[in-house]
Structure formats: structure tokens, C-alpha cells
Design a protein around this ligand. Structure first.
Ligand SMILES: Cc1cc2nc3c(=O)[nH]c(=O)nc-3n(C[C@H](O)[C@H](O)[C@H](O)COP(=O)(O)OP(=O)(O)OC[C@H]3O[C@@H](n4cnc5c(N)ncnc54)[C@H](O)[C@@H]3O)c2cc1C
Length: 446
């Protein structure tokens, strides 16, 4: 069974365009709604403008993991901030986000994995994380019902999951309760630039004036920026998952094994991903930034399928010249970008799950979808002002792990926009690293 979008919590939203606000947020994914929420909490007037519906793209299509485990060092402070926000958010906004500190486990048969996790743990200890390397017996005990033999694992009992279908709609609702305007089915065609600064946006329904504009457009951010001469190297990876029918609990949170990843949902079903079988599609935008992304894709070549698909001709990375602001743009042509799932992964992955877990023999496939992941050359997001265009900010490029870090990213973006002291050091996330190339060169990526 194939469903194009996981069923989402409904959100009424607004219909009337405000003439002027303090901040316009482009994009109703987790980063955009979190930024809108924190801006509204700071007393700013906000309009969030979403071309389709809130959480229609990556933010509802993911596994829901909120993890410190195996995080890039540069992201750990922001992830720890996010975990604290997740802890109190549902109570604060009186809407469940599905967040539970249900624990995440990685189990392995590979010495290389153990060495990688051990090195990561040595690095992460300064952040007082709660991870533990596991012996084979401990790994077995933490994967009850699994018939495989492990040589070890790593466990973090304080990592967990939120529900992707609930979290971003909940934050949008909460932002709205604080006075933010949430406009859905309304594409932003471009920036309104006055006197060399971003002075608002031009939407398909008219203009909204603003002191600041935040682009949290996920996979569309690069295209949006390019229209205004701002270079933002992004490359997409299509990632497929499927949901099972409800079944017995074998893990309360998430489990990574060499063959598959299991994520336990609140309704008792699982999201299953075949290990590392993302698809890198050759696109015009991908070719434009091939040099920056080559080292990353080379190192992941065994886990990526490469091919040409529909994304070459339509979608966030297709050719789109300069469009005019008074005609429909690529954003309106793809209200919700729903890349087709790679259906070939489902049956083999489900068979592996059942072979490993005889207790899950009764699972069926309940739904299947894909999401378009927005990679950055150095694998971490941009949360930053764009110095060359005053008033314009970015929170984008979450590189496949932006859901769990989303609440903190939104708070940091709100801090930067209002000029308040930043909740965490924003240096690693600055836009200018992509332009001056210093960090990328140091990391061997240019
Ligand atoms: C299969 C899969 C599994 C994943 N698993 C995890 C996980 O377990 N944990 C984790 O942390 N991350 C995970 N991720 C990554 C995570 O989903 C993303 O990093 C995160 O959701 C990105 O959020 P975002 O707000 O930046 O973008 P999005 O959720 O993509 O939102 C961007 C929004 O901007 C809108 N938009 C774009 N341009 C315009 C415009 N011009 N006008 C109006 N609106 C516009 C789009 O319609 C879209 O709704 C996974 C991703 C996938 C695909």
C-alpha cells in the first residue's frame, strides 16, 4: 500500500494576509514553525507562509528521532538545547508533540562500528551525554525478541522520539495562539528588496512588509535564494520509509541494526527504513554544486543509489530560470513535494525485520512514502543572517537530522533575528562559511 503523505494532525490556519509584521517566516516545517513560535513568545508579530500545508514535506516524513547519539560535535550544544525544549514543550503549549525519552539503541556485528562509537563517545563526554557502549550480552538484553548475535552496541536512554505527524502542527498551533498568522497554500514568490535590504515578501496572494524575513524552506531554500543572487549549495537525497501495521513492542523508541532501522510509533506501528539506501538523483542543481558535494557522496557511495528521476525536470532542484513575481512560480507547482517512494525496498526490509524478530511475523505494510533530504556540503545546517542582504536570515540545510534539533534551531533563529543573546554559539552555523569556504576547506570538502 502506498500513501503519499503520512496522515497529519489538522491545522486550521489563517486566511487573511497581514499588511505588515515584524518577521515573515517562509516554510512550515519544524524549523519554520519553531522559529515562529519563539518569535511570537518574544512578543514579535509573525506571519508564517507555507506553500502547501504545515509539515507537508520532510517534517512529517521522518523517523521522529531526537538524538544526541552520533551527532556532529558542532551540533551537540544545539541538540542538547532542543532536548530540553522537547521535554517541556507539550506541557507549555498544552498540545502533545509525541515526544518521549524512549531511548535509542544501535546494535552491530562490526568492529568498525564499535570503534566509531567509542571515538564518538570520547569526544562527546565533555557534553555530559548519557550514552553507554554495550557488551554483546547487554546488547542482546536491550533487543529482546531479536534472534541475531551482536558483538556490541551503544545505547542512549535519554534520547528519544517525537511524532512527526504531530510535532510541527502542534508548534504552529501554539505560535498561532500567541498571535502568529499561519498562512497555508500560499507560496512566497520572492523577497521584496528595498534599498538593498529585505523589506518583506511577495506571495501569490500579495505583499507582506516586514523588518526581517527568515527562509526555512527545506529543500527549496537553495532555489529561493538563487532567485536573489544568493548562493546556497544544497543537494537532495530521496529517502524512503514505510510504516507497518501495529504489532508487539520490541523497542520503546528506536533501534538501528546493520539491516534496518525500527522506530516505534505511539499507535504501536513501526517506521522501517532499509539501512542507508538513500537515492542520490542527478539534478541540474546537483550538477551545479557537484564539486562541493563530491567528497561526501564519495564517502557514502556504498549506501547510495545514484540515478536520474523526475526530480531532474520538476521540483526543488530542476532548472528554473528567473521567474517573475506576478506569475505562478515553481513553489506553486509543487504545493507538497512528494517524491515517489522506492517501493523495491519494502518487501526485503520487512522480510529482514521478521527474520530477526519472529514475534513481529504478523506485521504488514501500513503505508509508504519518501522525503527529499536537503544536504549541505559539511552536513550541518545554516542558521544565520545573510550578511550580503540585511534583514534576510536562513534556517535550513538540516542534512537529514533536522527534526530532533528543530526546536533549538527555531529558538536560535529567533535569537539572531531579534538580536537577543544567542541560546547557543551560532558560529558553526554561519552562512558565510559556505561563501568564504574556510570551514569546508578545513574539513577537506572543497
Ligand atoms: C525519511 C526521512 C527520515 C528522517 N529521519 C529523521 C530523524 O529521525 N530525525 C531527525 O532529526 N531528522 C530526520 N530527518 C530529517 C528531517 O525530517 C529534516 O531535517 C527536517 O524535517 C527539516 O525541517 P525543515 O523545516 O528545515 O524543512 P521541511 O520540513 O522540508 O519544511 C520546509 C517547508 O518550506 C516550504 N516552502 C519551501 N519554499 C517555500 C516558499 N517559497 N513559500 C512557502 N513555503 C515554502 C515547504 O513546502 C516545506 O513545507 C529525516 C528525513 C527523511 C526524509
Amino acid at each position: 500500500m502506498t500513501v503519499p503523505v503520512p496522515p497529519l494532525a489538522t491545522l486550521a490556519g489563517d486566511t487573511v494576509l497581514p499588511a505588515r509584521v515584524d518577521v515573515v517566516v517562509i516554510g512550515g516545517g519544524i524549523a519554520g514553525v519553531a522559529a515562529a513560535y519563539f518569535l511570537a513568545k518574544k512578543g514579535r508579530s509573525v506571519a508564517l507562509v507555507e506553500k502547501g500545508h504545515v509539515a507537508g514535506e520532510q517534517s512529517s516524513r521522518n523517523w521522529g528521532w531526537c538524538r544526541t547519539q552520533n551527532r556532529d560535535r558542532r551540533e551537540l550544544p544545539l541538540q542538547l538545547l532542543s532536548m530540553g525544549i522537547w521535554d517541556t514543550l507539550a506541557k507549555e503549549i498544552s498540545i502533545d508533540t509525541g515526544f518521549r525519552r524512549s531511548g535509542l539503541i544501535y546494535a552491530t556485528k562490526s568492529e568498525n562500528d564499535l570503534a566509531t562509537w567509542s571515538a564518538w563517545l570520547d569526544m562527546a563526554r565533555e557534553f555530559q551525554v548519557h550514552h553507554r557502549l554495550l557488551t554483546p550480552a547487554e546488547t542482546k538484553a536491550l533487543t529482546p525478541g531479536n534472534e541475531q548475535e551482536w558483538i556490541g552496541g551503544i545505547h542512549c536512554p535519554t534520547d528519544g522520539r517525537a511524532e512527526p505527524t504531530m510535532a510541527a502542527p502542534a508548534l504552529a498551533e501554539a505560535a498561532r495562539a500567541l498571535g502568529a498568522t499561519i498562512l497555508q497554500n500560499c507560496a512566497v514568490r520572492g523577497l521584496d528588496i528595498v534599498g538593498g535590504r529585505a523589506a518583506g515578501v511577495i506571495t501569490e496572494r500579495g505583499r507582506i512588509a516586514a523588518d526581517a524575513v527568515l527562509c526555512a524552506g527545506g529543500a527549496w531554500s537553495s532555489l529561493f535564494c538563487r532567485r536573489h543572487g544568493i548562493d546556497l549549495p544544497q543537494a537532495g537525497i530521496r529517502s524512503t520509509v514505510f510504516a507497518t501495521t501495529p504489532g508487539p513492542e520490541v523497542t520503546p523508541g528506536g533501534l538501528v541494526t546493520p539491516d534496518f532501522t525500527l522506530s516505534r510509533r505511539l499507535d504501536g506501528s513501526y517506521i522501517v527504513a532499509a539501512q542507508d539506501r538513500g537515492r542520490l538523483e542527478v539534478t541540474p542543481q546537483g550538477m551545479r554544486y557537484a564539486r562541493q558535494f563530491w567528497p561526501t557522496f564519495k564517502s557514502r557511495r556504498k549506501s547510495l543509489k545514484i540515478g536520474v528521476g523526475r526530480s531532474f525536470l520538476g521540483g526543488p532542484e530542476a532548472i528554473a530560470g528567473k521567474w517573475s513575481m506576478d506569475r505562478p512560480t515553481p513553489f506553486e507547482k509543487h504545493r507538497v513535494f512528494a517524491p515517489p517512494p522506492d517501493t523495491s525496498i519494502a518487501a526485503p526490509a520487512l522480510a529482514k525485520v521478521k527474520a530477526a524478530y519472529p514475534g513481529l511475523a504478523g506485521l504488514g505494510i501500513g503505508g509508504m512514502w519518501a522525503g527529499w533530504i536537503d544536504m549541505m556540503p559539511d552536513g550541518i545546517p545554516v542558521i544565520s543572517p545573510v550578511e550580503t542582504l540585511p534583514g534576510f536570515f536562513l534556517a535550513t540545510g538540516f542534512s537529514g537530522h533536522g527534526f530532533g534539533i528543530g526546536p533549538g534551531a527555531g529558538r536560535l533563529a529567533a535569537d539572531l533575528i531579534t538580536g537577543d543573546s544567542a541560546s547557543v554559539d551560532p558560529t558553526a552555523f554561519r552562512y558565510s562559511r559556505l561563501v568564504d569556504g574556510t570551514d569546508l576547506a578545513a574539513a577537506g570538502m572543497m
